[in-house]
Every structure is written in C-alpha cells, then in structure tokens.
Design a protein around this ligand. Sequence first.
Ligand SMILES: [Zn+2]
Ligand SMILES: [Zn+2]
Ligand SMILES: [Zn+2]
Length: 267
Amino acid sequence: MTAGAQPPDPMMLTISFLGTGTSHGVPMIACACATCMSADPRDSRLRPSIYVQSAGASVLVDAGPDLRQQALRHRISRVDAILFTHGHADHILGIDDVRRFNAVMAAPMPCYGDAATLDDIRRTFGYAFAPPAAKGGGLPQLDLREIRGPVTIGDLDVRPIPLFHGDRPILGFRFGNVAYLTDCNRLADEAWGMLGGLDVLVLDALRERPHPTHFSLREAIETATRIGAARTFFTHMCHDLAHAATSARLPPGMALAYDGLVLESGS
Ligand SMILES: [Zn+2]
Ligand SMILES: [Zn+2]
Ligand SMILES: [Zn+2]
C-alpha cells in the first residue's frame, strides 16, 4: 500500500515515516562521516514527521522543511489536519507548502498545537497572518487550534501526551494504540499512565552521548522498556547512529525507524 491510499479496515491505522532525522538531516551538510557517506538508503534521514491514516482521516504530525519532498515521495494528496509537537524550525518550516493542501482540500488547514507552539507559528509565519496585500503565489491558510485535551479529527481520536524537551513542555500524540513521542528527554509524570497497551511506540533517540533536550539511545531504550509497547521504533536520529550497526544491537522488539517505513496497527 502506498501512503496515499486509504487503509481498507476502519480499525486499522497506517503510520508512514516521512522523516526520521534530527534537525540537520542525514547526511548533514559538509560531513563526510561513514553514516553521511553511507549507500544504505536507511541512513538518509529527512527532518522528522509522520503521516497517520485511519479509515476516515489523514493527518500530518509536524510540517518540517522537507515537507514538499516528503509529500511527493509518499504521494500524499489528503491532509485533514496538522498536529504540531512544538515550534522548533525542523518541525514547522514546511508551513508555506500547506498552500497546496489548501488548494486540494479547498479549505484552511486545521493546525493543532499548544499555546506556545501556535505563538511560534504566528511569529515565524507572520506574513501568513498579516492583512492581505499582494499575495504572489498565495499564502498558507492556517486555522490555528489550541490543544487543551483530546481532539477528534474525522474518526481519529488524538490524545496529547505531555513531554519535556529540556525545560520546554511539548506534546507527543497517541492515536489508538500508537504513540509518537519525538523531541523529548523526559516524560511528564502524568504521561506514563497514558501509554498503556501500546502496539507501536515511536520515541526520540538522538545519539549515544547524552544531550540536554533529547533522549540518548540508552535513555530511550530504558524509557521504552518501562513503557512496554509491543513494538518500539526510534526516531530523530543524528549521524552518530548508523542504521544497520545500531539496529543489530537493539533489544528485541526495538528498531530504528527509517524514512519510508510504513507500519500498520490494529487500533
Ligand atoms: Zn556525518
Ligand atoms: Zn525540538
Ligand atoms: Zn526536532
């Protein structure tokens, strides 16, 4: 199945990994390390995003600077909403490309995020919210909606999961029995009780060495073990983590995600 097709079973979710790299992407500009020079396509990582499809809804999580390329690669022709984890550049800089989805959906794009993230979007894309003047190629039409609790998009129930990205509170999201927790180095206390019975956990794992705002691989494995999902996939990796070598030493049930990976999960 391609990411652009609808899953046939209404109880199924399809998760497509559009990007699994850290903010620099892999390969990184002007780096000749073994991972950046690798011929393994799983070592090429765009900026982090997933596309989630249920029978009646299709949503993006984040809209990073590679959104155009990701939408073309996955033949994405429908986006009912965008859920934003936080307002860092690698998660919002594709917003200008929402213009195409405004055209094909014939509607403003519902954009969900916490208050700080919506402020980041308003500030970073001020031109999209300014009074209309000469529009050139047009402006993205954004319908900003603050997340204060669970939201429903079509038939898709979305539960925000409170995380910490350093000192900054951000959001992960749970869809059915799938949770996507990127850009975090700590879960809020109340998050643990929201993560029972998971089929698929997607969790930040930046690199081996500790980092002030991201889980290291070891911390991510410890956290994933405690959460206990049936399957865990790591994301937001930098070039320190080569796909094949790192995957070979992960515990059972855990793997590095890679761009182009498509998972199905009974919801
Ligand atoms: Zn490199
Ligand atoms: Zn971030
Ligand atoms: Zn990030």
